[in-house]
Design a binder for this molecule. Structure first.
Ligand SMILES: *Cc1c(COP(=O)(O)O)cnc(C)c1O
Length: 475
């Protein structure tokens, strides 16, 4: 399996080579040169597999430069009931991503039972083990530098804690995350985890990461890497649970299902698109945004208009508060018939602060072939959805999952099973749950008093040099 760049000007690479990197050399994103296919017989065989066997069957199609026994071992260590048992007390941990039935054809797929209570653990836990493996093989080390507004940073830290050859330097906005999110990250005492709170907003932290990464001499000397949402290993790990959800909701391969996906950077739903391209019988991919509706606008009108950072709404589903969607280029590459010249042209505009509009092109009508539909949700929708699910099913869902469910109900077809991907547990967004329901969400026992644990964090100004100096002192 070779990987190409969506911009067509970089040499093709193997899985292990793109795993540790970010963008391809030409600024594009990596994709398989052709999508591996899943035959009817394979899909039937998958019906008898547990999550680990399924993960191996799918990953071995993409990571064929890792010996099968090694890959199997990595997968066996990653997707265990011990790692994915932190969620709801009655969830079926052995299933890893159990389906919960809301009515005859409406399901919730639990993806938030990992250590940080958000779906990002599904991919990040695998990435931690893959990184450790590839680095050891090559005798290399990596210093992961990132910025987080909450979920990504904690998922990365819990995945990388104690890993050989890996250090994590995670920037977060000082006093801008929830107390729970702060406690999750800052209470980690592992020697390879470094939390830096920047006296500013998320974008200030992000700008520092960019400034440090753009210093190519520093980047090479200190082996700076990233685990942001364009990381191919993360995308491919997310493909697995689309298969798992499909197989759990159907009894035979001639049935189709639709997935509803709360979306921000288009990473999660991109994995659904890839599963569909592999031949998984997915009818619709229902994309849900919050008030930051740049993606909903595209799928309705054909115009992709990234917002100015200052225009990003601060919402009660904050992990979807984005100005542009970093993985979107992967889908557009397929939409324009995999022509890198077209992608380069379109992103020439995007990369210089502009936009593009496909409505008058032959590509826009093709959108149907890819199964995408979309919708948006608001704070009021979120509260109403959280209330009605609680009332009808006695189930508390988080604000992002509520966005997904709201848009799913708008697009569902009664005779097609529709699976809403649960992207976080309500405990992470306590304030809005209290606003909606007047009571506190349930928490795993291990996190009952997490806010009172000792915290380890370095507070800094908005100063890239200070961050560099800190990295130099600690690598
Ligand atoms: C990251 C995140 C999302 C958005 O996922 P993308 O892959 O960026 O589209 C949605 N909900 C939650 C809770 C998240 O953490």
């Amino acid at each position: 399996m070779n990987y190409l760049s969506t911009r067509g000007k970089a040499p093709q690479k193997r899985f292990s080579d793109i795993l540790l990197g970010g963008l391809m050399e030409d600024g594009g994103l990596s994709l398989p040169a052709t999508y591996p296919q899943v035959s009817d017989a394979e899909l039937t065989a998958m019906r008898a597999m547990n999550y680990r066997e399924l993960a191996f069957a799918i990953l071995s199609k993409f990571a064929d430069d890792i010996p099968a026994d090694d890959l199997r071992d990595i997968v066996e260590r990653t997707y265990t009931a011990e790692v994915y048992c932190n969620g709801r007390p009655d969830s079926d941990a052995a299933q890893i991503t159990p389906l919960r039935k809301l009515d005859d054809t409406l399901f919730l797929q639990e993806l938030s039972n990992g250590p940080t209570l958000a779906f990002k653990d599904m991919a990040m836990q695998l990435l931690g083990n893959l990184f450790e493996y590839v680095l050891a093989k090559r005798g290399e080390t990596i210093n992961i530098l990132g910025a987080t507004s909450g979920d990504t940073g904690s998922a990365a830290e819990y995945a990388m804690r104690g890993k050989q050859g890996v250090k994590v330097f995670m920037l977060s906005p000082h006093n801008a995350m929830s107390g729970f999110q702060r406690a999750q990250m800052y209470s980690l005492q592992d020697a390879n985890i470094f939390n830096i709170a920047v006296r500013g907003m998320f974008d200030d932290a992000q700008d520092i990461v960019k400034a440090v990464s753009n210093d190519l001499v520093f980047k090479a000397k200190y082996k700076i890497g990233a685990v942001n949402s364009i990381n191919w290993g993360r995308v491919v790990a997310q493909v697995i649970y689309y298969f798992k959800g499909y197989l759990a909701a159907t009894a035979s391969n001639d049935q189709q299902v639709s997935f509803a996906v709360p979306s921000g950077n288009f990473g999660n739903i991109c994995a659904g698109h890839i599963a569909r391209m592999m031949g998984l019988p997915i009818r619709r991919l229902i994309l849900a945004t919050n008030e930051n509706d740049v993606l909903d606008e595209f799928f309705r009108t054909g115009a992709y208009v990234p917002r100015k950072t200052a225009d990003v709404h601060v919402t009660s589903s904050p992990s979807m508060d984005i100005s542009k969607a970093s993985n979107f280029e992967r889908f557009v590459f397929d939409l324009v018939g995999r022509d890198p010249n077209v992608v380069r042209e379109l992103w020439k505009a995007v990369d210089t602060g502009g936009s593009f509009d496909l409505s008058a092109t032959p590509y826009f009508p093709r959108m149907d072939e890819f199964g995408f539909v979309s919708g948006r949700s608001s704070h009021a929708d979120r509260l109403a959805t959280i209330r009605s699910v609680y009332k009808e099913h006695g189930l508390m869902i988080d604000t992002h999952t509520a966005d997904g469910l709201k848009v799913a109900l708008q697009h569902r077809e009664r005779d097609v099973p529709t699976i809403v991907l649960e992207t976080a547990l309500p405990a992470k967004f306590e304030e809005t749950i209290i606003e909606a329901l007047g009571e506190k969400p349930w928490r795993p026992a291990s996190m009952q008093d997490i806010e009172s644990l000792p915290q380890r964090v370095e507070v800094m100004g908005i100063d890239a040099q200070a961050v560099k100096d800190y990295i130099v002192r600690n690598v």
